[in-house]
Design a protein around this ligand. Structure first.
Ligand SMILES: Cc1cc2nc3c(=O)[nH]c(=O)nc-3n(C[C@H](O)[C@H](O)[C@H](O)COP(=O)(O)O)c2cc1C
Length: 167
């Protein structure tokens, strides 16, 4: 398998709308002892507090949320189309019920204080900076509420990209 090359976070290429919104990503948190991963297609990359950051939006009922809450670091792994099934699986099952690594055949890499996947084409290792819970009081467009029938407002994490690897 091709080896990861470390790049500067500022050298990440690719269209974020495609990478995140269409290709999807795995958000992974925890450590070699125990970790969990889930598919996400909402989020962003950008600049905040003079840092290169990612924004992820995680609903509190996700098992992955517990791991993100506990740790300092989470990772984003991006894949090519050949791994679509694995991402579908990780977005349709909870790590509370299944072993996602066993089910998908993905290979975890324990590095940089986090966990990511050998099969990825791009990996961002992210250090949590801040979180903010979605507050419906701030919804200017009332139709946003339709995303929250269960009242499960996302927690947004802003996290600094501390390492980036690509193939
Ligand atoms: C394409 C896709 C995108 C998703 N995006 C998000 C997201 O951005 N935030 C979120 O909280 N859940 C998202 N989900 C749902 C979680 O991936 C799903 O609930 C998963 O089973 C949670 O796993 P866990 O309980 O092991 O953490 C998405 C699912 C799919 C299929």
């Amino acid at each position: 398998m091709q080896k990861f090359q470390e790049i500067q976070p500022g050298e990440i290429t690719g269209n974020p709308f495609t990478l995140i919104g269409k290709d999807w990503m795995l958000v992974t948190a925890g450590d070699a002892g125990k970790f969990n991963t889930m598919t996400a297609s909402w989020g962003g990359v950008g600049v905040l507090w003079n840092k290169k950051v990612v924004f992820t939006f995680i609903r509190p009922q996700r098992y992955t949320y517990e791991f993100i809450e506990k740790g300092e670091v989470f990772t984003l792994s991006f894949f090519d189309e050949a791994h679509r099934d694995a991402l579908q699986f990780c977005g349709a099952h909870s790590g509370r019920d299944v072993d996602k690594v066993q089910a998908t055949g993905l290979t975890p890499v324990f590095s940089d204080g986090g966990v990511y996947f050998e099969e990825a084409k791009l990996v961002l290792v992210c250090r949590k900076l801040a979180y903010q819970d979605m507050d419906p009081a701030g919804f200017i467009d009332p139709s946003l509420e339709k995303n929250y029938a269960a009242g499960d407002y996302h927690r947004m994490y802003a996290a600094e990209i501390v390492k980036a690897y690509q193939k």
